[in-house]
Design a protein around this ligand. Structure first.
Ligand code: C2E
Ligand code: MG
Ligand code: MG
Ligand code: MG
Length: 281
């Protein structure tokens, strides 16, 4: 009996595995085709200066828009793109498109905005990242100070020394570096003093509970105080309510991002808003 069950379990496992592998292969092919067919788009979400109240930049967020006109969120394709390596060409497309858009906004007369772009682990570890960023900045003529790369703590876990070298070379281009989803990773805090980081982005999981959860309030307040002490900028992401905003304001958070200010939208839908909410010249 046991033997029979064992064999069945084994069979179910291999079937489940091959179904998963097969689905991944189908998805990989769809994504590869989507990239070639130009089905990826970027939405942009404003980043707000807490004291002045105006927009200081935008974060570029990838979306997949298949021909049926649905919009697939990045949570559904970034992990697969990351696993299959497709993130490298996709990430290059994101970086170039975001920089082109940043330049286009400058050319329409908007004050220079920060263009924040998410990097994946695979991209960060790829050999030619620094050269790629440099080339894209040259090609798109986006001022280097306008580009901010968003990294995650998990990127620094292995190969700390190599990470520092890559970050120093990126900083030498004149760009900004931010740690995304700060507080959710497993890495040690020592990198904060050793790495050339400009900004921490407090993860939205802590912001969510700010109105009612004392632990989230404590964590957010601590991150803000630490950022101030280390002379890093600090941004809170995922702000949806006035109560959350009140708390962050009291704590002296530098920058805000969230649906309370603006949802991520296509560039064309943001331009008038950006003009209205930019810093006065
Ligand atoms: P992230 O970089 O932390 O981006 C912030 C996410 O929070 C975005 O989700 C944004 O739409 C969402 N968000 C912003 N404000 C609010 C709010 O007030 N409430 C709530 N509930 N959510 C809010 P999105 O666009 O679905 O992106 C999810 C993640 O996918 C991103 O998290 C990022 O890690 C990844 N991602 C997106 N685009 C790219 C990309 O081009 N390359 C890479 N490597 N990853 C990307
Ligand atoms: Mg981000
Ligand atoms: Mg984030
Ligand atoms: Mg996040």
């Amino acid at each position: 009996q046991a033997k029979k069950e064992g064999r069945n379990t084994y069979r179910y496992h291999t079937e489940a595995l091959s179904i998963a592998a097969n689905e991944r292969l189908i998805m990989e092919n769809r994504l590869r085709h989507a990239l070639a067919a130009g089905e990826f788009i970027l939405h942009y979400q404003p980043l707000i200066d807490a004291r002045a109240g105006h927009v200081i930049g935008v974060e570029a967020l990838a979306r997949w828009q298949p021909p049926d006109n649905t919009i697939v969120p990045p949570g559904k394709f970034i992990p697969i793109a990351e696993e299959t390596g497709l993130i490298v060409p996709l990430g290059e497309w994101v970086l170039r498109t975001a920089c082109e858009q940043g330049r286009a906004w400058i050319d329409t007369g908007l004050p220079p905005l920060v263009m924040a772009v998410n990097l994946s682990v695979r991209q960060f570890q790829s050999e030619n990242l620094v050269e790629l960023v440099q080339r894209i900045l040259e090609e798109t003529r986006l001022p280097a100070v306008c580009l901010e790369l968003e990294l995650t703590e998990s990127m620094f876990m292995e190969h700390a020394e190599r990470s520092i070298e890559t970050l120093n070379r990126l900083k030498a281009l004149g760009i900004q570096l931010a740690i995304d989803d700060f507080g959710t990773g497993y890495s040690s805090l020592t990198y904060l003093k050793r790495f050339p980081i400009d900004k921490l982005k407090i993860d939205q999981s802590f912001v969510r509970g700010l109105a009612h959860d004392p632990n989230d309030r404590e964590i957010a307040a601590t991150i803000i105080a630490m950022a101030r002490g280390l002379k890093l900028g600090v941004l809170a992401e995922g702000i949806e309510s006035e109560q959350q905003l009140d708390f962050l304001r009291q704590q002296g958070c530098d920058y805000y991002q969230g649906f309370l200010f603006h949802r991520p939208v296509p560039a064309i839908e943001l331009e008038a808003w950006l003009r209205e909410h930019s810093a006065p010249r």
